[in-house]
Design a binder for this molecule. Structure first.
Ligand SMILES: O=C(O)CCC(=O)C(=O)O
Ligand SMILES: [Fe+2]
Length: 365
Protein backbone atom coordinates (compact mmCIF):
# COMPACT_ATOMS: atom_id res chain seq x y z
CA UNK A 1 0.00 0.00 0.00
CA UNK A 2 1.72 3.17 -1.18
CA UNK A 3 0.58 6.73 -0.77
CA UNK A 4 2.03 9.67 -2.63
CA UNK A 5 4.55 11.55 -0.57
CA UNK A 6 3.10 14.68 1.02
CA UNK A 7 5.23 17.71 1.88
CA UNK A 8 5.03 18.74 5.54
CA UNK A 9 3.11 21.93 6.41
CA UNK A 10 5.21 25.02 5.98
CA UNK A 11 4.38 26.49 9.39
CA UNK A 12 6.89 29.17 10.46
CA UNK A 13 9.02 29.07 13.59
CA UNK A 14 8.58 32.34 15.48
CA UNK A 15 11.10 33.36 18.09
CA UNK A 16 9.38 34.38 21.30
CA UNK A 17 12.40 36.52 22.25
CA UNK A 18 11.83 38.58 19.09
CA UNK A 19 8.09 38.69 19.76
CA UNK A 20 8.72 40.24 23.16
CA UNK A 21 11.87 42.22 22.25
CA UNK A 22 12.42 45.76 23.52
CA UNK A 23 13.73 46.53 20.04
CA UNK A 24 10.63 47.82 18.25
CA UNK A 25 11.79 46.90 14.74
CA UNK A 26 12.63 43.35 15.75
CA UNK A 27 9.35 42.97 17.64
CA UNK A 28 7.26 44.40 14.80
CA UNK A 29 8.81 41.95 12.35
CA UNK A 30 7.98 39.01 14.61
CA UNK A 31 4.43 40.34 15.19
CA UNK A 32 3.92 40.54 11.42
CA UNK A 33 5.10 36.95 11.06
CA UNK A 34 2.67 35.86 13.75
CA UNK A 35 -0.24 37.74 12.17
CA UNK A 36 0.58 36.33 8.74
CA UNK A 37 0.92 32.76 10.06
CA UNK A 38 -2.34 32.90 12.02
CA UNK A 39 -4.11 34.24 8.91
CA UNK A 40 -2.66 31.53 6.67
CA UNK A 41 -2.27 28.44 8.85
CA UNK A 42 -3.69 29.28 12.27
CA UNK A 43 -0.56 27.51 13.62
CA UNK A 44 2.99 28.55 14.54
CA UNK A 45 5.98 26.90 16.15
CA UNK A 46 7.17 29.09 19.03
CA UNK A 47 10.86 28.89 19.91
CA UNK A 48 12.63 30.36 22.94
CA UNK A 49 9.39 30.21 24.89
CA UNK A 50 9.34 30.75 28.64
CA UNK A 51 8.56 27.12 29.44
CA UNK A 52 11.80 25.72 28.06
CA UNK A 53 12.49 22.25 26.70
CA UNK A 54 13.67 21.02 30.11
CA UNK A 55 10.25 21.55 31.70
CA UNK A 56 8.51 20.15 28.63
CA UNK A 57 10.61 17.00 28.95
CA UNK A 58 9.77 16.82 32.64
CA UNK A 59 6.05 17.08 31.84
CA UNK A 60 6.35 14.37 29.17
CA UNK A 61 8.08 12.13 31.66
CA UNK A 62 5.26 12.64 34.24
CA UNK A 63 2.77 11.88 31.50
CA UNK A 64 4.53 8.68 30.52
CA UNK A 65 4.69 7.53 34.14
CA UNK A 66 1.01 8.31 34.67
CA UNK A 67 -0.31 6.55 31.59
CA UNK A 68 1.92 3.52 32.19
CA UNK A 69 0.31 2.94 35.60
CA UNK A 70 -1.97 -0.10 35.79
CA UNK A 71 -5.58 0.52 34.67
CA UNK A 72 -6.94 -0.12 38.18
CA UNK A 73 -4.76 2.71 39.52
CA UNK A 74 -5.77 5.16 36.78
CA UNK A 75 -9.39 4.23 37.46
CA UNK A 76 -9.03 5.92 40.85
CA UNK A 77 -9.29 9.22 38.98
CA UNK A 78 -11.66 8.18 36.22
CA UNK A 79 -13.56 10.72 34.08
CA UNK A 80 -17.28 10.34 34.78
CA UNK A 81 -18.38 11.43 31.26
CA UNK A 82 -20.36 14.39 32.59
CA UNK A 83 -19.56 17.51 30.56
CA UNK A 84 -20.02 19.80 33.56
CA UNK A 85 -17.42 17.75 35.46
CA UNK A 86 -14.81 17.48 32.76
CA UNK A 87 -11.91 16.12 34.80
CA UNK A 88 -9.95 12.92 35.17
CA UNK A 89 -8.63 9.93 33.27
CA UNK A 90 -10.57 8.85 30.18
CA UNK A 91 -9.86 5.31 28.95
CA UNK A 92 -9.83 4.34 25.27
CA UNK A 93 -13.33 4.80 23.85
CA UNK A 94 -14.59 7.16 26.58
CA UNK A 95 -14.58 10.33 24.49
CA UNK A 96 -14.97 10.65 20.74
CA UNK A 97 -13.59 13.63 18.85
CA UNK A 98 -15.89 14.92 16.10
CA UNK A 99 -16.28 18.02 13.98
CA UNK A 100 -19.37 19.85 12.83
CA UNK A 101 -21.77 17.12 13.94
CA UNK A 102 -24.17 18.65 16.42
CA UNK A 103 -26.86 16.04 16.61
CA UNK A 104 -26.49 13.84 19.68
CA UNK A 105 -28.01 10.79 18.04
CA UNK A 106 -25.57 11.08 15.15
CA UNK A 107 -22.71 11.16 17.65
CA UNK A 108 -24.19 8.14 19.44
CA UNK A 109 -24.21 6.35 16.10
CA UNK A 110 -20.55 7.29 15.54
CA UNK A 111 -19.73 5.96 18.99
CA UNK A 112 -21.12 2.59 17.91
CA UNK A 113 -19.80 2.41 14.35
CA UNK A 114 -16.73 4.66 13.90
CA UNK A 115 -13.24 3.26 14.53
CA UNK A 116 -12.27 3.88 18.15
CA UNK A 117 -9.46 6.38 18.65
CA UNK A 118 -6.68 4.48 20.41
CA UNK A 119 -6.04 7.19 22.97
CA UNK A 120 -6.34 7.86 26.67
CA UNK A 121 -6.65 11.38 28.05
CA UNK A 122 -6.04 13.01 31.40
CA UNK A 123 -8.35 16.03 31.52
CA UNK A 124 -7.32 18.72 33.98
CA UNK A 125 -8.09 22.31 34.97
CA UNK A 126 -6.62 24.83 37.37
CA UNK A 127 -4.61 22.78 39.89
CA UNK A 128 -4.94 25.57 42.49
CA UNK A 129 -8.74 25.34 42.49
CA UNK A 130 -10.49 23.79 45.46
CA UNK A 131 -13.73 23.76 43.49
CA UNK A 132 -15.44 26.27 45.80
CA UNK A 133 -18.19 28.67 44.71
CA UNK A 134 -17.07 30.78 41.75
CA UNK A 135 -13.93 28.66 41.27
CA UNK A 136 -13.36 26.26 38.39
CA UNK A 137 -14.09 22.57 38.98
CA UNK A 138 -11.45 20.86 41.12
CA UNK A 139 -9.18 18.35 39.45
CA UNK A 140 -9.68 14.63 39.72
CA UNK A 141 -6.13 13.39 40.21
CA UNK A 142 -4.62 10.33 41.85
CA UNK A 143 -4.13 10.46 45.61
CA UNK A 144 -0.72 11.91 46.47
CA UNK A 145 0.60 8.60 47.86
CA UNK A 146 -0.22 6.83 44.58
CA UNK A 147 1.60 9.38 42.42
CA UNK A 148 3.77 11.54 44.67
CA UNK A 149 4.97 14.90 43.44
CA UNK A 150 2.60 15.20 40.49
CA UNK A 151 0.35 17.89 42.00
CA UNK A 152 3.32 20.11 42.80
CA UNK A 153 4.67 19.73 39.27
CA UNK A 154 1.27 20.42 37.77
CA UNK A 155 0.98 23.72 39.63
CA UNK A 156 4.33 24.84 38.24
CA UNK A 157 3.39 23.66 34.73
CA UNK A 158 -0.01 25.38 34.81
CA UNK A 159 1.41 28.68 36.07
CA UNK A 160 4.09 28.76 33.37
CA UNK A 161 1.73 27.79 30.53
CA UNK A 162 -0.76 30.35 31.82
CA UNK A 163 1.86 33.08 31.75
CA UNK A 164 3.05 32.07 28.27
CA UNK A 165 -0.46 32.10 26.93
CA UNK A 166 -1.08 35.60 28.35
CA UNK A 167 2.13 36.80 26.69
CA UNK A 168 0.94 35.52 23.29
CA UNK A 169 -2.43 37.22 23.85
CA UNK A 170 -0.50 40.46 24.51
CA UNK A 171 1.25 40.04 21.16
CA UNK A 172 -2.14 39.60 19.47
CA UNK A 173 -3.39 42.80 21.14
CA UNK A 174 -0.34 44.61 19.83
CA UNK A 175 -1.05 43.30 16.30
CA UNK A 176 -4.57 44.70 16.62
CA UNK A 177 -3.13 48.06 17.69
CA UNK A 178 -4.66 48.11 21.18
CA UNK A 179 -3.35 50.56 23.76
CA UNK A 180 -4.32 48.04 26.44
CA UNK A 181 -2.21 45.00 25.63
CA UNK A 182 -4.02 43.03 28.33
CA UNK A 183 -7.41 43.44 26.67
CA UNK A 184 -7.66 39.73 25.80
CA UNK A 185 -5.86 38.59 28.94
CA UNK A 186 -8.42 40.42 31.05
CA UNK A 187 -11.12 38.15 29.65
CA UNK A 188 -9.55 35.57 31.96
CA UNK A 189 -9.57 35.58 35.72
CA UNK A 190 -6.61 33.54 37.03
CA UNK A 191 -8.37 32.71 40.28
CA UNK A 192 -11.46 31.34 38.51
CA UNK A 193 -9.66 30.32 35.35
CA UNK A 194 -11.50 28.26 32.76
CA UNK A 195 -8.32 27.23 31.02
CA UNK A 196 -7.97 23.51 30.54
CA UNK A 197 -5.25 20.92 29.96
CA UNK A 198 -5.55 17.63 28.08
CA UNK A 199 -2.66 15.23 28.31
CA UNK A 200 -2.93 12.60 25.60
CA UNK A 201 -1.50 9.13 25.39
CA UNK A 202 -1.73 7.39 22.03
CA UNK A 203 -1.38 3.64 22.33
CA UNK A 204 0.87 1.67 20.05
CA UNK A 205 -1.33 0.31 17.23
CA UNK A 206 -1.25 -1.13 13.70
CA UNK A 207 -0.18 1.36 11.02
CA UNK A 208 -2.40 0.11 8.18
CA UNK A 209 -5.78 1.69 9.20
CA UNK A 210 -3.95 4.98 9.75
CA UNK A 211 -2.13 4.75 6.45
CA UNK A 212 -5.31 3.98 4.52
CA UNK A 213 -7.14 6.83 6.30
CA UNK A 214 -9.70 4.38 7.73
CA UNK A 215 -8.99 5.66 11.22
CA UNK A 216 -7.01 8.31 13.08
CA UNK A 217 -5.20 8.27 16.40
CA UNK A 218 -7.20 11.45 17.12
CA UNK A 219 -10.10 12.37 14.85
CA UNK A 220 -10.17 15.52 12.74
CA UNK A 221 -11.25 18.61 14.68
CA UNK A 222 -10.68 22.25 15.42
CA UNK A 223 -9.97 23.21 19.03
CA UNK A 224 -12.86 24.83 20.84
CA UNK A 225 -10.49 27.17 22.64
CA UNK A 226 -9.26 30.70 22.17
CA UNK A 227 -5.59 29.74 21.91
CA UNK A 228 -3.90 26.34 22.31
CA UNK A 229 -0.35 25.65 23.44
CA UNK A 230 0.53 22.18 22.16
CA UNK A 231 3.56 20.15 23.16
CA UNK A 232 4.28 16.96 21.25
CA UNK A 233 6.99 14.36 21.72
CA UNK A 234 9.30 13.41 18.85
CA UNK A 235 7.15 10.61 17.37
CA UNK A 236 5.14 12.73 14.93
CA UNK A 237 1.74 12.14 13.38
CA UNK A 238 0.02 15.50 13.91
CA UNK A 239 -1.40 16.73 10.60
CA UNK A 240 -3.07 20.01 9.64
CA UNK A 241 -5.52 20.58 6.81
CA UNK A 242 -4.24 22.50 3.78
CA UNK A 243 -7.42 24.01 2.35
CA UNK A 244 -5.83 24.95 -0.97
CA UNK A 245 -4.54 21.46 -1.71
CA UNK A 246 -7.46 19.75 0.04
CA UNK A 247 -5.16 17.42 1.96
CA UNK A 248 -3.68 17.02 5.43
CA UNK A 249 0.01 17.81 5.86
CA UNK A 250 2.30 16.56 8.64
CA UNK A 251 3.26 19.07 11.35
CA UNK A 252 6.69 17.68 12.15
CA UNK A 253 7.92 17.81 15.74
CA UNK A 254 10.66 20.43 16.24
CA UNK A 255 12.75 20.10 19.40
CA UNK A 256 12.84 23.25 21.53
CA UNK A 257 9.59 24.60 20.13
CA UNK A 258 5.95 24.28 21.01
CA UNK A 259 2.98 24.79 18.75
CA UNK A 260 0.67 27.72 19.39
CA UNK A 261 -2.57 27.68 17.46
CA UNK A 262 -5.84 29.51 17.04
CA UNK A 263 -9.01 27.92 18.38
CA UNK A 264 -12.66 28.42 17.41
CA UNK A 265 -13.23 31.25 19.86
CA UNK A 266 -10.33 33.32 18.57
CA UNK A 267 -11.39 32.71 14.97
CA UNK A 268 -14.81 34.05 15.92
CA UNK A 269 -13.40 36.94 17.98
CA UNK A 270 -11.14 37.93 15.07
CA UNK A 271 -14.18 37.75 12.75
CA UNK A 272 -12.47 35.17 10.56
CA UNK A 273 -9.12 36.96 10.27
CA UNK A 274 -7.28 34.17 12.13
CA UNK A 275 -7.93 30.57 11.29
CA UNK A 276 -9.02 27.76 13.58
CA UNK A 277 -7.42 24.99 11.56
CA UNK A 278 -8.61 21.43 11.17
CA UNK A 279 -6.09 18.94 12.45
CA UNK A 280 -5.86 15.32 13.52
CA UNK A 281 -3.30 12.74 14.56
CA UNK A 282 -2.38 9.89 12.24
CA UNK A 283 0.81 7.88 11.65
CA UNK A 284 4.19 9.64 11.46
CA UNK A 285 5.24 10.76 7.98
CA UNK A 286 7.75 7.95 7.26
CA UNK A 287 5.15 5.28 8.05
CA UNK A 288 2.18 6.99 6.42
CA UNK A 289 3.79 8.00 3.17
CA UNK A 290 6.74 5.61 2.99
CA UNK A 291 6.74 2.59 0.68
CA UNK A 292 8.13 0.11 3.09
CA UNK A 293 5.39 -0.50 5.62
CA UNK A 294 3.65 -3.84 5.79
CA UNK A 295 0.30 -4.81 7.32
CA UNK A 296 2.15 -6.10 10.36
CA UNK A 297 3.82 -2.77 11.15
CA UNK A 298 2.84 -0.93 14.28
CA UNK A 299 3.32 2.67 15.28
CA UNK A 300 4.96 3.37 18.63
CA UNK A 301 3.12 5.03 21.50
CA UNK A 302 2.98 8.84 21.49
CA UNK A 303 2.44 11.55 24.09
CA UNK A 304 1.23 15.12 23.72
CA UNK A 305 0.01 17.83 26.08
CA UNK A 306 -2.32 20.69 25.33
CA UNK A 307 -2.98 23.84 27.33
CA UNK A 308 -6.17 25.51 26.19
CA UNK A 309 -6.56 29.23 26.84
CA UNK A 310 -10.19 30.18 27.32
CA UNK A 311 -12.02 33.37 28.33
CA UNK A 312 -14.22 33.24 31.44
CA UNK A 313 -17.46 31.43 30.75
CA UNK A 314 -19.63 34.54 30.85
CA UNK A 315 -17.62 36.30 28.09
CA UNK A 316 -19.68 36.72 24.91
CA UNK A 317 -17.73 35.40 21.92
CA UNK A 318 -18.11 38.09 19.30
CA UNK A 319 -15.79 40.16 17.09
CA UNK A 320 -13.35 42.23 19.14
CA UNK A 321 -12.33 45.83 18.35
CA UNK A 322 -10.26 46.13 15.18
CA UNK A 323 -11.91 43.03 13.66
CA UNK A 324 -15.07 44.66 12.32
CA UNK A 325 -14.26 43.63 8.75
CA UNK A 326 -15.12 40.01 7.96
CA UNK A 327 -12.08 37.84 7.31
CA UNK A 328 -12.07 34.73 5.16
CA UNK A 329 -12.28 31.98 7.79
CA UNK A 330 -15.55 30.70 9.14
CA UNK A 331 -14.81 27.12 10.01
CA UNK A 332 -17.96 26.53 12.06
CA UNK A 333 -21.42 28.06 12.23
CA UNK A 334 -22.13 29.88 15.49
CA UNK A 335 -25.49 30.44 17.06
CA UNK A 336 -26.03 34.09 17.98
CA UNK A 337 -25.04 35.25 21.47
CA UNK A 338 -22.79 32.34 22.41
CA UNK A 339 -20.76 32.77 25.57
CA UNK A 340 -17.44 30.98 26.02
CA UNK A 341 -19.10 28.71 28.58
CA UNK A 342 -22.01 27.75 26.34
CA UNK A 343 -19.65 27.00 23.46
CA UNK A 344 -17.35 24.80 25.51
CA UNK A 345 -20.13 22.91 27.23
CA UNK A 346 -21.77 22.23 23.89
CA UNK A 347 -18.61 20.76 22.41
CA UNK A 348 -17.49 18.86 25.51
CA UNK A 349 -20.96 17.29 25.86
CA UNK A 350 -20.65 15.92 22.33
CA UNK A 351 -17.16 14.57 22.98
CA UNK A 352 -17.92 12.85 26.27
CA UNK A 353 -21.67 12.24 26.22
CA UNK A 354 -23.64 13.40 29.18
CA UNK A 355 -23.11 10.97 31.97
CA UNK A 356 -23.76 7.76 30.10
CA UNK A 357 -21.53 5.10 31.51
CA UNK A 358 -18.22 5.06 29.71
CA UNK A 359 -17.80 1.98 27.53
CA UNK A 360 -15.40 -0.71 28.70
CA UNK A 361 -11.74 -0.36 27.78
CA UNK A 362 -11.40 -1.33 24.10
CA UNK A 363 -8.41 -3.25 22.79
CA UNK A 364 -6.32 -1.67 20.01
CA UNK A 365 -7.92 -2.11 16.56
O1 LIG B 1 -1.63 15.10 19.95
C1 LIG B 1 -1.55 16.10 19.24
O2 LIG B 1 -0.51 16.43 18.66
C2 LIG B 1 -2.78 16.94 18.99
C3 LIG B 1 -3.69 17.06 20.18
C4 LIG B 1 -4.88 17.90 19.87
O3 LIG B 1 -5.17 18.21 18.75
C5 LIG B 1 -5.71 18.40 20.98
O4 LIG B 1 -5.45 18.03 22.14
O5 LIG B 1 -6.65 19.17 20.70
FE1 LIG C 1 -6.56 19.84 18.78
Amino acid sequence: MTRTYVEPANIPVIDFRALSSENVEERKEALNQLDEAFQTYGFIYLSNHIIGQKMVDEALSWSKRFFHLPTEVKELCKHNTVAADHRGWAAVGTGIVSQDVWDKSEIDEMRKSAPVEQKEILEMGNPHSKGGPGESIANRLLPEDKFPGFRAFLEKWWDTCFEQQLLVLRALCEILGYSDLDYLGKQQDPSRSRNHMSWLYYLSQPVSPLKSGKSNRLNTHTDFTQLTLLFQDMVGGLEIHDDKAGIFRPVLPKPGTMIVHVGDMLEKQSNGKWKSALHHVSAPIHLKYGDETTDEDTVVERFSMSFYGTPQHEVMIEPIPGCETKGKWRTLEWEPNMTAGAWIEKRVALEYGDGQQAPPVVAAA
